[in-house]
Design a protein around this ligand. Structure first.
Ligand code: NOJ
Length: 497
């Protein structure tokens, strides 16, 4: 169970702006509740990963408050990245870098005497000043934070923006938009703010630290890094254990694209002896039940709102179920995002006034942002806020049509997405699919088929139904098979080979 940040925070970026790394925000509970949650999870055989946000703190963090109160050049400022501006009055930002959420990555602050002063770097929101990882004090502080949570019993950390901690020393200008904002480009030079070689020493230190604790502990990198070989560097034997595979999440829903990304991912992690990971949805992207239903040719959106091309709900869900069943049959670790087990779509018609993602404002409305995938999930069809809380108030508005996705409408119902996930996870464990190995089977161009252990997996991406090999007995399929047992379009089948 991976929990996104629950620490005290002004919530400028849904908790990824941490004001105190060693406590729980009162909107979620208290430290004692975190302890109890960890204990209760452990009692049920579940393990808990907490989110560690080391690239930046909140601007409400005591270090940043101290930095702002200090004059330029004071050591308190050196924990962050403060620079003089360009131009005669220093009125221009120190370089060309942009915030991932839109707008400049620098904000100017007044000197303690009130006159316009230096600028500080924030690769994300203005409320998320970047830390200076060249400073030993910063490194020591985070090792202490790791220990704090390990001592409380957590089983590991999901490391936020793992590719961003170290910046190229000269903070050289970067010319957009030749390269994507986050992550190294597939070709060409690497942006000076991402995936610098210096980050790896930090993770080697952390690996030693977590290894000094008994039992299994895990470090998982959130690193938007390409190509797969650069990402694999984060999971070398003495660094992190796993890294999210965003190239997989971004791959098109076609047989050649899926074949290519699966093969490439396995090769890259095999080369360093780490498990491959798979992910289709998370709190930063359009839910895959909607993404896969977008009209052909729609560029991958950062959020969907009124007036944008709307997904086809039926096509999206059908493909999402097929994609999930394909993913859960692959060797490696699969990450699921809350709500996907209900087949939940993105909220694609949210009132723009309700949006909280800083992206919406910072991009001047050019990008809707991530609120649509973060709406509280429906537990009970007929309860206030579908069972999220005691009233209809929920921190992001829930669409009226979500009753049909509620857990209590799906539990025990044959064919429900929730029951598909349960059956798939059970079979995955029973057949050791996550620990297996994959061998491809020759098929038509629009079809992917492989064996993993004693199972045969077939996904049909084409328009025409396809037959299973003679003797294959279907165990589970993402949608109904044809009456003659053939596999229709956008369906995955697990069969006994
Ligand atoms: C990645 C997190 O997943 C995202 O939600 C957050 O906005 C950024 N890192 C900044 O912390």
């Amino acid at each position: 169970m991976w929990l996104s940040p629950f620490y005290p925070s002004p919530q400028a970026d849904a908790g990824y702006d941490v004001a105190d790394y060693r406590d729980v925000d009162p909107i979620f509970g208290r430290l004692a509740d975190a302890d109890e949650l960890i204990a209760q999870a452990h009692a049920r055989g579940l393990r808990v990963i907490v989110d560690l946000v080391p690239n930046h703190t909140s601007s409400a963090h005591p270090w940043f408050v101290e930095a702002l109160a200090a004059p330029a050049g004071d050591p308190a400022r050196n924990r962050y990245i403060f620079r003089d501006g360009r131009g005669p009055d220093g009125a221009e930002p120190p370089n060309t870098w942009r915030s991932v959420f839109g707008g400049p990555a620098w904000t100017r602050v007044p000197d303690p005497d009130g006159r316009p002063g230096q600028w500080y770097l924030h690769l994300f929101d203005v409320g998320q000043p970047d830390l200076n990882w060249d400073l030993p004090e910063v490194r020591a502080e985070f090792e202490d934070i790791l220990r704090f949570w390990l001592d409380r019993g957590v089983d590991g950390f999901r490391v936020d923006v793992a590719h961003g901690l170290v910046k190229q020393a000269d903070l050289a200008d970067w010319h957009y938009p030749e390269e994507p904002l986050s992550g190294g480009g597939r070709t060409g030079p690497r942006p000076p703010m991402w995936d610098q070689d210096g980050v790896h020493a930090i993770y080697r230190d952390w690996r030693r630290l977590v290894d000094s604790y008994p039992g299994d502990r895990i470090l998982v990198a959130e690193a938007w890094v390409q190509p797969a070989e650069r990402l694999a560097a984060y999971v070398r034997p003495d660094e992190m254990h796993q890294a999210f595979n965003f190239e997989y999440l971004l791959a098109a829903w076609t047989a050649p694209a899926q074949y290519a990304v699966i093969t490439r991912s396995l090769e890259a992690t095999d080369a360093v002896g780490a498990p491959t990971t798979w992910v289709l949805s998370n709190h930063d992207v359009v839910r895959h039940a909607s993404r896969l239903g977008l009209p052909p040719g729609t560029p991958r959106p950062n959020g969907i709102g009124v007036g944008d091309p709307q997904p086809d709900t039926a096509v999206g869900l059908r493909r999402a179920r097929a994609a999930t069943l394909l993913m859960l049959s692959l060797p490696g670790s699969a990450y699921l995002y809350q709500g996907e087990e209900l087949g939940l779509p993105e909220h694609t018609t949210m009132d723009d006034d309700a949006r909280q993602d800083p992206t919406w404002k910072r991009s001047d409305g050019a990008e809707r942002g991530r609120d649509g995938c973060r709406v509280p999930i429906p537990w009970e069809a007929d309860a206030p806020s579908y069972g999220f809380g005691p009233t209809d108030a929920s921190w992001l508005p829930q669409p009226a049509l979500w009753a049909e996705y509620a857990l209590d409408r799906q539990r025990g119902v044959a064919g429900a997405t929730y029951e598909l996930y349960r059956a798939a996870l059970m079979l995955r464990r029973e057949h050791g699919l996550g620990r297996g190995a994959l061998s491809w089977v020759d098929t038509a161009d629009d079809v992917l088929a492989f064996r993993n252990g004693d199972l045969l997996v077939v996904t049909n991406f084409g328009a025409e139904s396809v037959g299973l090999p003679a003797g294959a007995q279907p165990l589970l399929s993402s949608g109904p098979l044809d009456s003659d047992g053939r596999v229709p379009t956008d369906v995955t089948v697990w069969a006994r080979a």
